[in-house]
Design a binder for this molecule. Structure first.
Ligand code: HPA
Ligand code: MG
Length: 179
């Protein structure tokens, strides 16, 4: 059990389980992109650890950029997405947006809107975690590591009000506190 701010979290996924999932995703991406020199666009802050491990397993040519997004305060989505998009020319490039987790999909929809104006060669979305119970958008998430229940998780890049990102495992909000 771990404590972050006022809440307690229980172990949910081990580091080994996460790494296996990341390797499977990387293999799929290599199969689809090995001759395309794609640009991976990591969504900060949450995706930093996932993107790092994903790309160490992507054994082919690629480039990396980041966008900074924020839609969460505490343990619930604010619905409003702030964005800071300021990177190199993506014209005619294969772009893969990399997220730590997709729940409502608000962030993804916003990024999609912005990237649709950039004359890309192709656009795909990759997320380590997806919460299908709350995802209500039409946008297809092309590469999903794991579908999980709608419970708040932390670790491996994911935070609760800033804490927990450095944990190598994933923890889930302890049951009794969900009430
Ligand atoms: N944990 C942390 N951040 C998040 C989550 C979550 O479960 N869902 C969306 N952002
Ligand atoms: Mg967060």
């Amino acid at each position: 059990m771990i404590q972050l701010h006022d809440l307690q979290f229980q172990p949910y996924l081990s580091s080994e389980e996460i790494q296996e999932t990341v390797q499977t995703l990387a293999s799929s991406l290599v199969a689809d992109y090995q001759d395309k020199n794609p640009i991976f666009v990591g969504v900060l802050n949450g995706a930093f650890m996932f993107l790092s491990d994903l790309l160490q397993n992507f054994n082919a040519s690629c480039e990396v950029e980041f966008v900074k997004m924020k839609s969460y305060e505490g343990t619930s989505s604010t619905g409003e997405v702030k964005i800071d998009l300021d990177f190199s020319d993506l014209t005619n490039r294969h772009v893969i947006v990399v997220e730590d987790i997709v729940d409502t999909g608000n962030t993804l929809v916003k990024i999609n809107e912005l990237l649709q104006t950039k004359n890309l060669k192709s656009l795909a979305f990759c997320s380590l975690f997806l919460k299908p119970e709350v995802y209500d958008k039409d946008l297809e998430i092309n590469y999903v590591g794991m579908a999980i229940p709608n419970k708040f998780i932390v670790g491996y890049g994911l935070d609760y009000n800033g804490l927990g990102r450095n944990l190598p495992e994933i923890y889930q909000l302890k049951e009794a506190q969900n009430d």
